[in-house]
Design a protein around this ligand. Structure first.
Ligand code: THU
Length: 135
């Protein structure tokens, strides 16, 4: 099940735009209904406006009306499987606090994480003064 999603992430990686770092990342985000949204990192000359592959997936899924996520796969040509950056963890936590995350290198080394382990205390105290209900 995760293998199929990882294969999609490897394919998405080919669409990366990473002229500054040269580090191409692909990701594939699956909804609970089985739809998959792919993304790749999109860099910018400002560097700070760079979008990670993971957040590109989330934007694509939301724009298509999907918010209920089940699993995320990530692929990069690294020595060890990459983990989502802090910013992406927080964005993913907005919609899927316990998301399962699969990551692999191009040479086939795999790792599996839970977003709740990667980002504990995801929303503690934030905006509680305004009585905002977290999903
Ligand atoms: N990057 C991702 O797309 N996802 C990650 O999980 C880590 C980093 C991208 C951002 C930037 O384009 C390049 O990899 C180097 O940081």
């Amino acid at each position: 099940m995760s293998n199929e999603l990882l294969t999609m992430a490897i394919g998405a990686r080919l669409r990366s735009y990473a002229p500054y770092s040269g580090f191409a990342v692909g990701a594939a985000l699956r909804t609970r209904t089985g739809a998959v949204f792919c993304g790749a990192n999109i860099e910018n000359i400002s560097l700070g406006l760079t979008m990670c592959a993971e957040r590109v997936c989330v934007g694509s899924a939301l724009a298509d009306g999907h918010r209920d996520f089940d699993a995320l796969a990530i692929a990069a040509d690294s020595r060890t499987p990459i983990v989502p950056c802090g910013a992406c963890r927080q964005v993913l936590a907005e919609f899927a606090p316990g998301l399962r995350i699969f990551s692999r290198t191009l040479s086939g080394t795999k790792a599996e994480f839970s977003l709740s382990d990667l980002l504990p205390h995801q929303k503690d105290g934030i905006l509680e003064k305004f009585h905002v209900e977290h999903a």
